[in-house]
Design a protein around this ligand. Structure first.
Ligand code: UGA
Length: 442
C-alpha cells in the first residue's frame, strides 16, 4: 500500500529518507527552505557525496513518485505522514543542541493540518523534546487531537545511507502514552517492506525512543575512545594497538567493529550528540551518570593534538617551514563531509604552527576549501606529495590504503609517512625504505 509522505529537511537524512520512501513505493514530496538545494535535487543531483543515492533519486523522480517543494501549504495538503529530518547542530558556545529548525518545522506545519495526520520526528533531539512537541501540535493544529506526533530515530551512517535506510538493523518507534494505536498502524504500512524482511520494530514511549538514538551514538563514541585510550597506553608501553584490537575483538562480547584506533571520531553527529547528551542529563539532574562522556570527548580531542606532536617529532622538533602532505580531509571515507573533521583540524593546526600544508581528498575538496581556505589544495595525491618532507594519511580512503610507495618514491623530499588511521601496511612501506609511524603502534 502506498502512502502520501512529506519529508521536511533535505540534508543527508532528509534527502536520503525522501528518496528511499519513494523507492519503497510511496508518493513523496521533499520540503526545504533552501531553494538552491531543492533546484539541485529536482534535477536529480545530490548536493553532497553519498554513494548510490543519486540513482535512487533519479529513478524516483523519473517514475513520478518523488518531487520537491518549498511550500508547506502544498505538503500539508498533499501528505498524511510528515517526517521531520532537519538538523540539530550544537549551539554556539554551548554543549546543548540547537532545536531552532525542528521547532520551526512543527510551528509552520501544524497550523496547516486540517485533517488527521501523523508527524514523525527523525532528527536527533534531547530527551523530552518529542513530548513537548506532541503537546504543542495538539494545541496549534486545527485538526487538534487527530494529529499525532511520534518519534522514529534514524541510525543511518554517511556513506551507507541508502543501505541503512532500506535495510536497517532495527526500527524504533516512540509513541505518546495517549496514543490510540493508529499511529503505529500507519508506521507499519510505511515500513511494510522492511517489516516483511523481518527487520525488528521496537515500539516504546517517546522518551525511550529519543534516548535509544543518543545512547547508541554515545556507546559508539565510547567504543572508539576506549581503543584510542588503549592506543595511548600502547604508545607508552611499546605495544601495538591494531593487534590488540584484533585480539580483543575476537571475543564476541566485545566485537572488532568500531575498534579502529587513530585520530578519532568527527562528523556532524557523534561529537555534538555526546555533548548535547551531557547537557540534557545536567538539566535532568542526572549529570553524574554521563561524566564519563567528558572523558570520551577529551580522549578523542587528544588524538588530534597527538598527531600534530608526532608530526613535529618526526620532523626533528619543529614544524616551521616544513612541507607537509595531508591525504584525506573528510571525517571518514566515502563522504565529502568535513564537519568537525579530525583530518582537517590537524591540517589546520599544523599549518598554523608554521608548516606549509597541502591537502588532497578524493571528494571533500570543495567543502574543505570553504572551511579552511588558507590551506593549499592539490588535485591528486601525487601532486600533494610532491616535495613533501612528510606525508600524513588522515582519512582511510581506499585510494590511500592502496597507495604504492614506489609511485611517490621519487617525488617526495623525504620518505616519511605517518598513518593516522592505522590503515596502511607498515611492512610494505618499511621494506620500500620509508620511515613509517602509526598512532598507537610501536
Ligand atoms: C554515526 C552513527 O554511526 C550512525 O549510526 C548515526 O545514525 C549517525 O552518526 C547520526 O547520528 O546521524 P556517521 O557520523 O555517519 O554515523 O559516522 P560513523 O561511521 O559512525 O563514524 C564517525 C566517526 O568515527 C568518523 O570520524 C570515523 O572515522 C570514526 N571512527 C569510526 C573511528 O575513529 N574508529 C572506528 O573504529 C570507527
Amino acid at each position: 500500500m502506498s502512502n502520501r509522505i512529506a519529508v521536511f529537511g533535505t540534508g543527508y537524512l532528509g534527502a536520503t529518507h525522501a528518496a528511499c520512501m519513494a523507492e519503497l513505493g510511496h508518493e513523496v514530496v521533499g520540503v526545504d527552505v533552501d531553494i538552491s538545494k531543492l533546484a539541485k535535487l529536482e534535477s536529480g543531483e545530490v548536493p553532497f557525496y553519498e554513494p548510490g543515492l543519486e540513482e535512487v533519486l533519479k529513478r524516483n523522480i523519473a517514475n513520478g513518485r518523488l518531487r520537491f517543494s518549498s511550500s508547506y501549504h502544498e505538503a500539508a495538503e498533499f501528505a498524511d505522514v510528515h517526517f521531520v529530518g532537519v538538523g540539530t547542530p550544537q549551539k554556539r558556545g554551548e554543549y546543548a543542541a540547537d532545536l531552532t529548525y525542528v521547532n520551526a518545522v512543527v510551528d509552520t506545519l501544524a497550523p496547516l493540518l486540517t485533517r488527521p495526520a501523523l508527524i514523525v520526528g527523525k532528527s536527533t533531539v534531547p530527551v523530552g523534546t518529542a513530548q513537548k512537541l506532541a503537546n504543542r501540535v495538539r494545541e496549534i493544529a486545527p485538526a487538534g487531537n487527530e494529529v499525532e506526533l511520534v518519534w522514529n530515530p534514524e541510525f543511518l551512517r554517511e556513506g551507507y545511507a541508502v543501505q541503512d535506510t532500506l535495510h536497517p538493523d532495527r526500527l524504533v518507534l516512540g509513541v505518546d502514552r495517549q496514543s490510540e494505536g493508529w499511529a503505529e498502524q500507519i508506521i507499519r504500512e510505511v515500513y511494510a517492506q522492511l517489516l516483511n524482511e523481518e527487520i525488528p520494530l521496537l515500539v516504546t514511549d517517546l522518551a525511550t525512543a529519543e534516548l535509544v538514538k543518543t545512547a547508541a551514538n554515545a556507546f559508539l563514541a565510547t567504543k572508539i575512545s576506549f581503543i584510542n585510550a588503549m592506543s595511548e597506553v600502547c604508545e607508552a608501553a611499546g605495544a601495538d594497538v591494531s593487534l590488540l584490537a584484533d585480539a580483543i575483538g575476537h571475543d564476541a562480547r566485545i566485537g572488532r567493529r568500531f575498534l579502529n584506533a587513530g585520530i578519532g571520531f568527527g562528523g556532524g553527529c557523534l561529537p555534538k550528540d555526546i555533548r548535547a547528551f551531557m547537557a540534557r542529563a545536567g538539566e535532568l539532574g542526572a549529570d553524574q551518570a554521563l561524566t564519563f562522556l567528558r572523558e570520551v570527548d577529551a580522549i578523542n580531542m587528544r588524538r588530534r593534538t597527538r598527531m600534530v606532536e608526532l608530526t613535529r617529532e618526526a620532523l626533528g622538533g619543529s614544524l616551521l617551514g616544513a612541507s607537509v602532505a595531508v591525504l584525506g580531509a573528510a571525517f571518514k571515507p566515502d563522504s565529502d563531509d568535513v564537519r568537525d573533521s579530525p583530518a582537517l583540524n590537524i591540517a589546520g593546526q599544523i599549518q598554523l604552527q608554521g608548516a606549509n600544508v597541502t591537502v588532497y581528498d578524493p571528494k571533500a575538496m570543495e567543502n574543505s576549501k570553504a572551511l579552511f581556505p588558507t590551506l593549499n589544495y592539490a588535485t591528486e595525491a601525487q601532486e600533494a606529495c610532491r616535495g613533501a618532507d612528510i606525508i600524513l594519511v588522515l582519512t582511510e580512503w581506499k585510494e590511500f590504503r592502496q597507495l604504492d610507495p614506489r609511485s611517490i618514491d621519487g617525488i617526495v623530499r623525504k620518505r616519511m609517512i605517518i598513518d593516522g588511521r592505522n590503515c596502511l601496511d607498515a611492512n610494505l612501506w618499511r621494506q620500500s625504505g620509508w620511515t613509517f609511524r602509526g598512532l598507537g603502534r610501536n
